[in-house]
Design a binder for this molecule. Structure first.
Ligand SMILES: [Zn+2]
Length: 278
């Protein structure tokens, strides 16, 4: 099949492997899943003749409805690999005692087939972050929904519960030198957490100038309350209290992007640990 997008690969000094090394990634993930006693919840498989990729959600062992439930996702787009590696890095420094205060769920790598070759799309040339259509209180598919999207939509009740108090999804913009984020909030203006996440990324990279990115207005490094058929938008419209999509710049050094993602994820988790959620 002809590829619609270029493959992007980088070397990571931090992990001593290539950004698309799926075997290494799974080993690092497995180590953290064991250390933090996360439970794997298999959601489905992405299959084609000689390729077979599991898609799993991982959750803290004991879900307590009295604690904040948050979901951290990465790897929807396979070339945006500093997201998944940043999540590994955040898990490595996470103190297990934090998981006594929140219900943490993670989708560490939504598009493993794209990740394995550093391509945005999956092995069927589909975009895994499109085709989540919020309609009459439900998330339904359309002609753009990917295999991964269908798997996630089959588990939407579970994912919505996991993301009840918030969702952070870690993306990258491979064409840019600057950073920005999408924030979805039920307020007229961004709340402090949006600016804190922006500043977290801004410690590593210049913050995007005011203007437009992908036809969305950016102000102070934030694209605010932009609704599309992305996973995060559908979850927010379905009841998640707050949703963020961070965008680290693919034109910058890979490991710096990993560290920026690590810090953003850590800040997001700590926000709920500190019981600031409404
Ligand atoms: Zn993306």
């Amino acid at each position: 099949m002809t590829q619609l997008f270029k493959n992007y690969l980088w070397h990571s000094e931090l992990f001593n492997c290539q950004s698309n090394d799926l075997t290494q990634f799974e080993q690092y993930l497995s180590t953290q899943v064991s250390r933090l006693k996360l439970q794997e919840k298999p959601l489905g498989f992405i299959d084609e003749s000689n390729q077979h990729y599991p898609l799993s959600l991982y959750q803290t062992a004991h879900i307590d409805s009295g604690k904040p439930s948050i979901l951290v996702c990465a790897g929807f787009h396979g070339e945006e690999s500093a997201g998944p590696w940043g999540l590994i890095s955040a898990l490595e420094q996470l103190n297990p005692s934090i998981l006594e205060k929140i219900n943490l769920s993670i989708l560490p790598l939504v598009n493993p087939s794209g990740f394995s070759i550093g391509n945005r799309l999956n092995l069927f040339q589909q975009n895994p972050n499109r085709g989540f259509v919020h309609q009459s209180g439900q998330v339904v598919s359309n002609s753009h929904t990917s295999v991964e999207g269908l798997i996630l939509q089959q588990s939407m009740t579970q994912l919505l519960s996991a993301a009840q108090h918030g969702i952070l999804t870690c993306h990258e913009d491979v064409l840019l030198h600057d950073t920005y984020l999408y924030a979805l909030e039920s307020h007229a203006l961004p709340r402090p957490l949006s600016y804190q996440l922006r500043d977290c990324l801004g410690r590593y990279f210049p913050i995007a100038d005011d203007g437009e990115i992908d036809e969305c207005p950016v102000k102070d490094g934030i694209i605010f309350n932009h609704f599309d058929s992305s996973f995060e938008s559908a979850l927010f419209q379905s009841g998640s209290q707050i949703a963020f999509c961070t965008e680290t710049p693919g034109q910058q050094v890979f490991d710096q992007r990993v560290l920026a993602n690590r810090d953003a994820i850590t800040l997001f988790i700590n926000h709920f640990v500190n019981d600031n959620c409404q």
